[in-house]
Design a protein around this ligand. Structure first.
Ligand code: ADP
Ligand code: ASP
Ligand code: MG
Length: 412
């Protein structure tokens, strides 16, 4: 029988009633003749609660134990979903990541899936089981410990299963009815896209649009998975949701496809860093070793042999960054006068493959922010995106102004 992957996010399984509604939808696909692999998230709010427990217990936690704790939310939903399906006379069984097994790297808290053997689950399908409910977000390391795939990782579990089982489609059921030009929570003018190119979705996701985890889009692109995002609260139809697809499959598109934001950013500046060959390696090596995800980097021009080095990272990694840099200074690997942390910044980005062939897009972005009186602290660009770091209090305003300026409420 053909295989379908259906993934339900936290809100879509946020109560027993919602699990029941999701189960009915799964039952309909079984009746349509599919063997279904269901990937579930933890019930909404659960993972945040578990992360909170860990951080309160141990601020600079051991990531192996973090994974042991935060992976558990998905286990509850998987079991409950299997039970709900059984109550509806749909033959179903749950799997935790290690049981499949979802083999991952040992990079705890942000592990990557390396292999998903299909034999266990396929054997059950051939015995008459119709639904395999798999706990998303988790796997097992080569050392035999539980890993997690980073926040939002159930999307990646879903796409990886769709690739491993050559599923006909991977449907991501969530609390919005597709991918929008920007987060519909920020502006009511956000417009649902019928289609979006893999490259654009990849950028939007990596720049903060949490509707899909970045790695899930990467995998879908690499393995050509038919990926659809749709609402678990609306009646399904063939046109429902957004199809994430190859650029060639999109007829018309705006120069800018969407605006993304990342609220919890921090800007760190090292002042009077010695300007010599190897200084960037001496700074960013220890940060990488400490697991700090450095994003934007700016080095100022040299003045009397020293320079200022500014970089951004997620706000919850600032403590770790400070510790790593203090240790490097202690060990005489780097010298600097001060480390200044600004933890009140956010990143706003515009994304579109049309930028490759249109000049002036960045200038228009900067002019729009100027007209709103918003100061830009750091800028980075790539072929299909421009990102700026601004004061967090202006984030919503910036997103709305850019959405208006690029007329994203209107289709191309
Ligand atoms: P789930 O729990 O189903 O995985 P998430 O909360 O991870 O859901 O992702 C869905 C949310 O992503 C939406 O509620 C929306 O606020 C947010 N979002 C951010 N950017 C976008 C966008 N461009 N299009 C749609 N949703 C977006
Ligand atoms: N429950 C995990 C999280 O909240 C994984 C997911 O929902 O995708 O990040
Ligand atoms: Mg999510």
């Amino acid at each position: 029988m053909p295989i379908l992957v259906m993934k339900f996010g936290g809100t879509s399984v946020g109560s027993l009633d919602r699990i029941h509604r999701a189960a009915k939808r799964i039952g309909r696909e079984v009746a349509n003749g599919y063997d279904v692999i269901v990937i579930v998230s933890a019930m909404s709010g659960e993972t945040n609660k578990l992360v909170g427990y860990v951080e309160e217990t141990s601020p600079l936690f051991d990531a192996r134990e973090y994974d042991a704790v935060v992976s558990s939310g998905e286990n509850v939903t998987a079991g409950l979903m299997a039970l709900t399906l059984q109550e509806m006379d749909v033959p179903a069984r749950s799997w935790q990541g290690w049981q499949v097994p979802v083999r991952t790297t040992s990079a705890h808290a942000s592990a990557r899936i390396e292999e998903i053997p299909s034999d266990n689950i396929l054997a059950k399908f051939s015995e008459g089981m119709r639904v395999a409910v798999v706990a998303g977000f988790q796997g097992i390391s080569p050392e035999g410990r539980i890993t997690t795939l980073g926040r939002g990782g159930s999307d990646t579990t879903a796409v990886a299963f769709a690739a491993a089982f050559e599923a006909e489609r991977c449907d991501i059921y969530t609390d919005v009815d597709g991918v929008y030009t920007t987060d519909p929570r920020i502006t009511a003018k956000a417009r649902k896209l019928d289609r979006i190119a893999f490259e654009e979705m990849l950028e939007l996701a990596s720049l903060g649009a949490k509707v899909l985890q970045t790695r899930s889009v990467e995998l879908a692109m690499r393995y050509n998975v038919k990926l659809r995002v749709l609402s678990s609260f609306e009646e399904p139809s063939d046109e429902a949701g957004t199809l994430v697809c190859a650029e060639e499959d999109i007829v018309e598109s705006n120069v800018v496809a969407g605006v993304a934001y990342s609220r919890e950013e921090a800007k760190l500046t090292l002042t009077h860093v010695e300007d010599r060959p190897g200084i960037a390696a001496a700074i960013f090596g220890p940060l990488a070793d400490a697991g700090v995800n450095v994003d934007m980097i700016v080095q100022n021009i040299s003045d009397a042999g020293t320079t200022d080095m500014t970089f951004s990272c997620p706000v919850n990694e600032v403590k770790r960054a400070e510790k790593a840099l203090a240790a490097a200074r202690e060990a005489n690997e780097i010298g600097f006068a001060e480390l200044i942390a600004d933890t009140e910044v956010a990143k706003v980005s515009i994304v579109g493959i049309g930028m490759r062939s249109h000049a002036g897009v960045a200038a228009k972005m900067f002019k729009t922010l100027r007209d709103e009186g918003i100061n830009i602290k750091v800028i980075t660009t790539s072929e299909i995106k421009v990102s700026v770091l601004i004061d967090r209090k202006y984030m919503e305003l910036a997103v709305q102004a850019l959405h208006d300026a690029f007329e994203l409420d209107k289709a191309a």
